[in-house]
Design a protein around this ligand. Structure first.
Ligand code: MG
Ligand code: MG
Length: 272
């Protein structure tokens, strides 16, 4: 069942999403060679609690951490460890926050120092596919339109689109209907409606789309050991159009990146 949100509820969801955005912006400063994902996890938990929110993942499905940190061939659901990140790694940091009864959930794949050009390309294409998918989130379009757009773009670059893990509706629960696959067929699946809020999160592999789970019961890795990238935004349908509730602006501010990729999806001025 799809739970439609009121404008007031969407504003509360924006608040939760922005707490995650700010957390990722704070982590952008810290994610360097030599730092452990355990350390990032501690910093994130402290920061989220300081904002009057609760870590959204901690305890959910027995998740032991605030962050899910997926390094290199890890796709998603990597648990933080005491192993230092090294130059050339990529790490998807996925983070949730719960405030006013609503979840925020978004993710960014960070470069640790200088990464290989082909890895940079994977990150660029995956991030671009996120916005290509979000563009399809128009009233009367369908779930399959988003999946098709992401899949078509990523496969045109020769990448593998993960099938087993998908985006999702978001609200008072972390995972609500509908499921939002990153693959699909135009015109198929549920119709989008005013007031829907979803998390769109392409998980794109440099090689095969096939994956496996590690023995820790959490970490998902690529079957061929090649790198994987993951970016996630929370998006509401407002006045028939997609509006991104989360933002990478805090990350970009930290990293000195100029970007206009979110501009068309913001009807409101974001106060940084
Ligand atoms: Mg997430
Ligand atoms: Mg998610």
């Amino acid at each position: 069942m799809i739970v439609i949100k009121t404008k007031e509820e969407i504003e509360l969801m924006r608040e939760s999403a922005l707490i995650v955005s700010k957390t990722l912006g704070m982590l952008a400063k810290e994610a360097k060679p030599g730092v452990t994902t355990d350390k990032l996890d501690k910093l994130a938990e402290e920061y989220i609690r300081e904002q009057g929110a609760l870590p959204g993942f901690l305890g959910l499905y027995n998740c032991p951490s605030t962050l899910l940190c997926s390094v290199n061939e890890a796709v998603v659901h990597g648990l933080p460890t005491n192993k230092p990140l090294v130059e050339g790694d990529i790490v998807s940091i996925d983070c949730g926050a719960l405030k006013n009864g609503f979840y925020g959930d978004h993710a960014y794949t960070f470069e640790i120092g200088e990464v290989l050009p082909e890895t940079k390309k994977l990150l660029e294409v995956t991030k671009a596919s996120l916005y290509i998918g979000i563009k399809e989130l128009q009233i009367n379009n369908r779930v399959g339109d988003v999946g098709f757009a992401i899949q078509n773009y990523c496969e045109s670059h020769g990448y593998g689109v993960v099938r087993e893990l998908v985006g999702h509706g978001l609200g008072k629960k972390m995972h609500e209907d509908p499921e939002m696959p990153n693959y699909g067929k135009r015109g198929k699946g549920k119709k989008f409606m005013e007031g829907m809020v979803v998390a769109i999160e392409p998980m794109i592999n440099m090689g095969t789309h096939r994956i496996k789970q590690l023995k820790d019961g959490w970490t998902i890795v690529t079957l061929d050991g090649k790198p994987s990238a993951h970016f996630e935004h929370d998006v509401a349908i407002i006045d028939g159009k997609p509006e991104i509730l989360s933002t990478f602006a805090y990350i970009y501010e930290t990293l000195g990146i100029e970007s206009d990729e979110e501009d068309e999806f913001r009807q409101k001025v974001l106060v940084l």
